[in-house]
Design a protein around this ligand. Sequence first.
Ligand code: ATP
Ligand code: MG
Ligand code: MG
Ligand code: MG
Length: 478
Amino acid sequence: MQSAEISSRAFRFFEQRGHTAVPSASLIADDPTLLLINAGMAPFKPYFLGEAPPPWPRAASVQKCVRTVDIEEVGKTTRHGSFFQMFGNFSFGDYFKEKAIPWAWEFLTRPVADGGLGLPESKLWVTVYTDDDEAEHIWRTDVGVSPDRIQRLGMVDNYWSMGVPGPCGPCSEICIDRGPEFGPEGGPDTNGERYLEIWNLVFMQNIRGEGPAKEGYPIVGELPAKNIDTGLGLARVAAVLQGVKTIFEIDTTGRILDLAAELSGTKYGQNSKDDIPLRVVADHILASVMLIGDGVTPSNEGRGYILRRILRRAVRMMRLLGAQEPVVHELTTRTIDVMSPTYPELAKEQDRIHGTAVGEESAFLQTLKSGTAIFDLAAKEVRTSSSLILPGDKAFQLHDTYGFPIDLTLEMAEEQGLSVDEEGFRRLMAEQRARAKADAAARKTGGHGDKTVYRDLLQLGATEFTGYDQLESEATVR
Ligand code: ATP
Ligand code: MG
Ligand code: MG
Ligand code: MG
């Protein structure tokens, strides 16, 4: 079953149950706490918080999502993309668990001939939050799930929030057992690859405060109503239904991956050394096209930095795989071709998308050309001195003179089994910023700050760090 068919079935199923189909919001979040939309519920946040009246009591959408917290996982796991589409059905103070749970199960297991997805009940597992007896009761008695297929998990896994203060609530996840090929038996609690999580049902009823998700954040209040927010990963379901192992091989993303293999002269499925970068390329090009499509442009800050980072990473992976020529024009053309049946605006905007993406590739190839030799030399020096740490001043020089973002230096160092003195790097960056400030102050008071130098420093002052810090501070989104 094709991805587009899965989403149209989901819409039909929930429209028949009183939901209004709502188009995806832009990836650019209309929310100061969020850089990019990371879940289907994000555009509806004001309705959950009671800040605006919901236009409909029930809605359904397929939302474009980008999760920067998952970037490092891309390609290494079979299930994490940086961009993905999330189907969701939502209730704004209307129905609650008693309907959301049986409907999700029904949609997944109903025969294909009757509008469902036809997944075998015998392979499905569910998780519920530690003390959510109500949800477990519904799973057992209303749906008939056997108790040995239900696991209770704690705050980190089964208490959902956007990763930032805002609406939250206990959740219940539906996972499918993909068999021993993906790991040993044990249930979703033990292995997220074998027991692939496909759908999360969130019982949105509380307000989350500040604090790291990992340790369990404080609950600071109750929402005005009890709501339902669900998230079904389209690519994950597509992988299951299409009988492929990863979300990078499905009908859409798989065609980008095929082209990446062709352009780099590699073959997918031969060894993980090539397979992981091929998946990363497919994912990152897809994410880049979707971001540019929504108006993001590469820059050294915020969203623009996320785009710059993933697009450059894809270009670099292609070089490592063996591509000698620029690849972005062809890869973005394929991506637009694959995605525009669902997002027709991509075809209309293709000149702009190509222009932005190809421009970034050219700039980066230039950077790579001048900086790689310097990096290699530095790495060699480090090794001959029998150290495994690239000094901070080298990382700084690469940044300052050759425009190497620190992430790139970190990644290249890691590939060579080296680490980087990040603290030293940060210190030099801070010193540079302080110098720029002092120069500015001197200029203001009629001092002799060199204008050109000052301007250059100021530009460098808005370094990758803003973006880097923002990425870091975006708390884990479960
Ligand atoms: P996981 O535990 O596998 O990281 P999650 O619990 O973080 O997933 P949710 O926040 O519950 O995911 O999101 C709802 C659904 O969206 C998931 O059940 C999954 O199907 C899908 N999903 C989440 N993250 C990704 C991703 N990075 N790529 C593709 N699909 C995803
Ligand atoms: Mg999970
Ligand atoms: Mg989840
Ligand atoms: Mg996750």
